[in-house]
Design a binder for this molecule. Structure first.
Ligand SMILES: [Zn+2]
Length: 259
């Protein structure tokens, strides 16, 4: 397993996962891109008429993997063994890596190491033709939805880490509109098909529940929805209202082992 190959100037953390041109999934991906362009994310995430749900989830999961790959790629230089010795999402959430297959006993490791494990694992799933068949007529496995849910649940943790630990750096790089749009799309998608348990979303619940997040700021095309205080950061964007994460209902000091 190699870390950060491709160099820091390359904004892709892991090799981009491509959907082959000429396949039905490629058409679906094009459809998704076109409807996203309409600006109505709620509508854009809906299953297109007559399409197979597994195929739709597969195409979008690949897309989210690529988006997160690129977003995390922009901040890898700030996410190091020193800055992030544990994989956290704010002070209340810490994750230990286990994939349930080759790594069963959760490993406590730094965020860059955890994210490298996570993205490598996800990539392996996406590249596996028996799990993510790309050819027409090849059926999805019976447990496909479970696999997709696990991938999405884990990908969420990268967003959570970026928002809590690196949001100020994302803003410095002027990537916040990109991050916010990507995350909103991700949340709308997982909500549309109930793909992630609410308790898994707790580290960013405040952000997710915020109904006015597009109106709390004047900065950025999509408007930073991040009303969470980036952990340990005094930085506060102009026009953004801080709302401290609620303490009730949150798992205090909890750590999710793999899962
Ligand atoms: Zn980090």
């Amino acid at each position: 397993m190699s870390f950060f190959f491709g160099g820091r100037s390359n904004k892709t953390f892991k090799p981009k996962k491509n959907i082959a041109e000429g396949t039905h999934q490629y058409d679906l991906m094009k459809h998704a891109a076109a409807t996203l362009g309409s600006g109505n994310l709620r509508l854009a995430v809906q299953l297109p008429e007559g399409e197979d749900l597994n195929e739709w989830v597969a195409v979008n999961t690949v897309d989210f993997f690529n988006q997160i790959n690129m977003l995390y790629g922009t901040i890898t230089e700030f996410c190091t063994e020193d800055t992030c010795p544990v994989m956290s999402a704010g002070p209340k959430y810490e994750y230990h890596w286990a994939d349930g297959q080759t790594v069963k006993k959760p490993i406590k490791c730094s965020a860059p190491k955890y994210i490298d494990y996570l993205m490598t694992w996800a990539q392996d799933q996406l590249d596996d033709e028996t799990t993510f068949p790309s050819k027409i007529g090849v059926p999805f496995p019976k447990n496909f939805s479970q696999i997709a849910k696990t991938i999405l649940k884990r990908l969420f943790r990268v967003y959570a880490h970026i928002y809590h630990q690196h949001f100020h750096e994302v803003v410095k790089l002027r990537e916040e509109a990109h991050l916010n749009t990507s995350f909103k799309h991700f949340i709308f998608f997982v909500q549309e098909f109930s793909l992630i348990d609410r308790r898994e979303l707790a580290p960013l619940q405040e952000l997710i529940d915020s109904p006015h997040r597009q109106r709390t700021t004047t900065a950025g095309a999509a408007g930073p929805p991040a009303r969470l205080r980036p952990a340990g950061s005094p930085w506060r964007p102009a026009g953004t209202q801080w709302i401290l994460p609620a303490t009730d209902g949150l798992r205090s000091g909890g750590s999710y082992g793999g899962g």
